[in-house]
Design a protein around this ligand. Structure first.
Ligand SMILES: Cc1cc2nc3c(=O)[nH]c(=O)nc-3n(C[C@H](O)[C@H](O)[C@H](O)COP(=O)(O)OP(=O)(O)OC[C@H]3O[C@@H](n4cnc5c(N)ncnc54)[C@H](O)[C@@H]3O)c2cc1C
Ligand code: FES
Length: 269
C-alpha cells in the first residue's frame, strides 16, 4: 500500500528526514525495529530504521542517507508524494536494560538510528550517555532530539570543529567510563561497530551492535541478510538486527555487503 510523505526536512546535503503517514506502524513499533520501503514502483527494497512516531498524526519518521540508487531516489522525494510501498515494523526490538549507565555509540546516519534506542533505555530507567560522530560540526544531525532522549550527549567530529577531535571509537577509548556502565549499544558503519566492539571487549561490558546487512524480503525467506554470530547462523531481518557485538563475524558481514558493489555502481551510472 502506498504511503504519503507528510513532510520532509533536509538534515545535511545527503540526509533527509521524512514524516510518513503510517498509522498502523506508528501504533505498534518499538525501538530498534525497521521498515522495508520501495520508494517508487520500479525501486529496490531498502531497510530503514523507525526513528520516531507521532500518534496524533498517525505518522512515523524515517531518516535516509543517499548511499546508492534507491536511497538517492528517496532523498529526492518531496512532501505530498507517496512511497510505492512500505512494510513493517520488522525485526526484534532492541535489548533493554534498567538501572546503571548505558552507552549508545553511533556514527554517520547511525545517529538517527540510535535516537529511539537511547530514548527507550532512558524510559526503562537507565542513565543514557549518547556518543555520536560526524565529519564536522555542520553535518551533525538531530542534536536537539538527542539532548531530550539522552542524559548526556558527547559529540566527536573528524575535524575537531566541535567536541572530541577524532571518531567515536577513539572517544570511547579515552572515555573515563563510569563504574556502573551496564551495557553498550553501537550502530553505524561496519568498521565503526567492529572497532567499538573491540574496545568494549576489554571492558567486559555486554555490547550489542545493530547490524546493516543487505536485506531483500525482510521475512527470513531469502537468506540475503545471513550473518554468523558465534557458531550460529542468523538472519538479521528476523533474529536481529541487534546481536552480541563480541560474537559477530564482522569480516563476513563486510564481505557480504560488498558482494553486489559492481552492480550497485552500474545502477548509479
Ligand atoms: C536494519 C537496517 C536499518 C537501516 N536503517 C537505515 C536508516 O535508518 N537510514 C539509512 O539511511 N540507511 C539505513 N540502512 C541502510 C540502507 O538500507 C542502505 O543504505 C540501502 O539499502 C542502500 O540501498 P541503495 O540502493 O540506495 O544503495 P546501493 O546502491 O544498493 O548500495 C550503496 C552502498 O550501500 C551499501 N548497502 C546496500 N544495501 C545495504 C543495506 N541493506 N544495508 C546497508 N548497506 C547497504 C552497499 O554496500 C553500498 O556500499 C539500514 C540497513 C539495515 C539493514
Ligand atoms: S532479508 Fe531475506 S532473509 Fe533476511
Amino acid at each position: 500500500m502506498s504511503s504519503l510523505i507528510l513532510s520532509k526536512q533536509r538534515l545535511t546535503p545527503d540526509i533527509a528526514m521524512f514524516e510518513i503517514e503510517a498509522p498502523r506502524i506508528a501504533k505498534r513499533w518499538k525501538a530498534g525495529q525497521f521498515v522495508i520501503v520501495r520508494p517508487r514502483d520500479d525501486s529496490e527494497r531498502v531497510p530503514l530504521t523507525l526513528v520516531m512516531s507521532n500518534a496524533e498524526h498517525g505518522s512515523i519518521t524515517l531518516v535516509v542517507q543517499a548511499a546508492g540508487k534507491t536511497t538517492k531516489r528517496m532523498v529526492a522525494m518531496e512532501a505530498g508524494e507517496s512511497l510505492a510501498d512500505m512494510v513493517g515494523p520488522l525485526g526484534e526490538p532492541a535489548s533493554m536494560h534498567s538501572g546503571g549507565t548505558v552507552l549508545c555509540a553511533a556514527g554517520g546516519v547511525g545517529v538517527a538510528e540510535v535516537l529511539p534506542v537511547a530514548g527507550a533505555f532512558r524510559a526503562a530507567g537507565a542513565r543514557v550517555i549518547a556518543m555520536c560522530g560526524a565529519r564536522t560540526d555542520k553535518l551533525r544531525i538531530l542534536t536537539e532530539q538527542l539532548q531530550l532522549a539522552a542524559d548526556e550527549v558527547l559529540w566527536a567530529t573528524d575535524d575537531g570543529s566541535i567536541g572530541f577531535h577524532g571518531n567515536v571509537v577513539q572517544m570511547m577509548n579515552q572515555w573515563p567510563r563510569p563504574a556502573d556502565l551496564a551495557l553498550v549499544h553501537v550502530i553505524g558503519p561496519i568498521p565503526m561497530m567492529r572497532a567499538g566492539a573491540e574496545a568494549t571487549r576489554s571492558w567486559g561490558v555486554p555490547t550489542y551492535a545493530s547490524l546493516n546487512p543487505i536485506m531483500i524480503d525482510g521475512t527470513g525467506m531469502c537468506g540475503g541478510c545471513r550473518i554468523t554470530v558465534g557458531d550460529q547462523v542468523k538472519f538479521a531481518c528476523v533474529d536481529g538486527p541487534e546481536f552480541d557485538a563480541h560474537k559477530v563475524d564482522f569480516d563476513e558481514l563486510a564481505r557480504r555487503n560488498k558482494a553486489y558493489c559492481q552492480f550497485e555502481q552500474m545502477a548509479q551510472a
